[in-house]
Write a protein that binds this ligand. Structure first.
Ligand SMILES: Cc1cc2nc3c(=O)[nH]c(=O)nc-3n(C[C@H](O)[C@H](O)[C@H](O)COP(=O)(O)OP(=O)(O)OC[C@H]3O[C@@H](n4cnc5c(N)ncnc54)[C@H](O)[C@@H]3O)c2cc1C
Length: 271
């Protein structure tokens, strides 16, 4: 339960309300490894502690990256941290995307808004061993062009011949010349083999629900679909019960679940 002390190396503003914190251990200790999809508890001293997914590259440890949207007290306090200031880190915790099990199969990644942050480490891991996978498809939707995360990286990925990247926005503003419409509209026309593909889905619950329906219509089995669930949590070690959902604890058994295993509880609202 005791946090490790990390220092802010840099804060990168990603969108108007979202930033990436680059952290390094105090006194140069090595950064602990993590699996794509796992999260840390970040403690803004004197303010509070929140779960935030790791958004960096698991194949290039050294820096700990978290992409955070400012929504309330703790996330705003994290945004105010200056270079060299400290933050407490507990973790990494939780289950991970099935990157190893997906070997030899097509991988379909569907992200909504900040949901791309927990999926980015999975994409890094897959692209680091690209020859092990079939087709790799990323479908990413945001509310507006201003909400698109990691623009430069998306452009680099889009330029690759071994991956297809579809970005769409709900509402087009200004000079946007890309696709308009919710991300689920891309699922029916994306190129992948529904019989064998593994789908990794993360975003608002409404978006995940409709994405799963579209994937099902394409013939993707529920056991081929993985989602990441967010619930209020406190201890992160399956002890306090804050994030309990039916018989599972999101912090300990999730946040990544194979959809057929969480389906009965997916529709339950947070208490
Ligand atoms: C496993 C896990 C991984 C997560 N990964 C990330 C991540 O990578 N990046 C990230 O930014 N967040 C992530 N979150 C969500 C993050 O933990 C919350 O946004 C954070 O706890 C809010 O704390 P706060 O003190 O800033 O806001 P609070 O003061 O607790 O809440 C302020 C207001 O924001 C609302 N709110 C709280 N959480 C959210 C939310 N997620 N979305 C919209 N409104 C919200 C509250 O209902 C309230 O109205 C994750 C959550 C979990 C459980």
């Amino acid at each position: 339960m005791t946090p490790e002390i990390y220092r802010v190396r840099r804060t990168r503003q990603e969108t108007h309300d979202t930033f990436t914190l680059e952290l390094e251990p105090d006194e140069g200790a090595p950064v602990s490894g993590f699996a794509p999809g796992q999260f840390n508890m970040l403690y803004a001293f004197g303010v509070g502690e929140v779960p935030i997914s790791v958004s960096g590259n698991p194949t290039r440890p050294g820096l700990l990256l978290h992409t955070v949207r400012e929504v309330g007290t703790v996330t705003q306090a994290l945004r105010r941290l200056k270079r060299g200031e400290t933050v407490g880190v507990r973790g990494p915790f939780g289950s991970s995307w099935p990157v190893g099990q997906a070997a030899g199969r097509d991988v379909v990644v569907v992200a909504g808004g900040i949901g791309l942050a927990p999926l980015r480490p999975a994409l890094y891991a897959i692209l680091a061993n690209r020859e092990n996978y079939g087709r790799v498809v990323l479908m990413y939707g945001t509310r507006s062009p201003e909400d698109i995360l990691y623009r430069k990286e998306l452009e680099r990925w889009r330029a690759r011949f071994d991956m297809s990247v579809h970005v769409t926005v709900d509402r087009a503003l200004g000079t946007w010349r890309g696709s308009v419409g919710v991300v689920t509209t891309i699922v029916p026309r994306a190129g992948f083999d529904p019989g064998s593909a593994v789908a990794l889905v993360c975003g608002p619950e409404m978006m995940m629900r409709f994405t799963i329906l579209e994937l099902q219509k394409r013939g993707v089995g529920l056991e081929q679909i993985y989602i990441s669930m967010e619930r209020n949590m406190k201890c992160a070690i399956g002890f306090c019960g804050h994030c309990q959902l039916g018989p599972t604890f999101i912090c300990r058994d999730g946040p990544v679940f194979r959809f057929d295993r969480i389906q009965p509880f997916f529709e339950l609202r947070e208490v």
